[in-house]
Design a protein around this ligand. Structure first.
Ligand code: DC
Length: 210
């Protein structure tokens, strides 16, 4: 069974997806971390971020590894902390928009999905990566709430800069951020994590054989 969790930055995807995977005993797959790790590597190797072909080759040559403890590795480097820097937040949409990059990432994400029982978090999971996912969730939240959540994660940045970053990321991610027609849209602005997780868990249980 695949549970796809999509939605914009700050809608609560990571917290909800991780917690849900824990409750269900499923694997948790953070596809954003894969785009982030590639961005980290491209910067380390000084590859211009407008060169889709080269970035696609880089992605193919250096598969991102995600372990069950949430550690993210690429090209032999542990980038778990490095990919959460504000610099990566700003640059990852530039890398993620190249088709050459998306093709490689999506292939790998599909391979991982085929192993079964996973909660997969991203932007295009229910629409493109796993259109046959049994449960599709699209999380949304007010932009103000999303900015506050980002601020809690990145206290060093400042509220104004964060709000601007969020707006820019929303714009550049927009083309990939349509909910699947059959996704359940949940507004998390006023819900706490456990409530959201319980709602999704109920949908999952309704799909499982008794
Ligand atoms: O969810 P996140 O903030 O870690 O995602 C990082 C970036 O990667 C974000 O700009 C959107 C992009 N992304 C994507 O294009 N497709 C995905 N499946 C996951 C993330």
């Amino acid at each position: 069974m695949i549970v796809a969790i999509d939605g914009p930055a700050g809608a609560g995807k990571s917290t909800v997806a991780r917690r849900l995977a824990e409750r269900l005993g499923f694997r948790y797959l953070d596809t954003g971390a894969m785009y982030r790790a590639l961005t980290w590597l491209a910067m380390r190797d000084a590859i211009p971020l407008d060169q889709g072909l080269r970035l696609g080759e880089l992605a193919r040559d250096h598969p991102v590894e995600l372990d069950e403890n949430g550690r993210v590795t690429i090209a032999g480097s542990d980038v778990t902390a490095g990919i959460r820097q504000a610099r990566i937040d700003r640059l990852v949409p530039v890398v993620a928009r190249h088709n050459e990059v998306r093709t490689v990432m999506r292939e790998r994400q599909r391979d991982l999905a085929e192993l079964g029982n996973a909660v997969i978090e991203g932007r295009d999971i229910g629409t493109v990566v796993a259109p046959d996912a049994e449960v599709k969730i699209y999380l949304v939240a007010d932009r103000k709430v999303r900015a506050e959540r980002r601020l809690a994660e990145r206290p060093d940045i400042g509220a104004d800069a964060l709000a601007t970053d969020l707006r820019m990321r929303d714009e550049s991610d927009a083309a990939r951020m349509q909910p699947a027609d059959d996704a359940e849209v949940i507004d998390t602005s006023e819900l706490d994590v456990e409530d959201v997780v319980s709602r999704i868990e109920a949908l999952v249980r309704a799909h499982s054989p008794a």
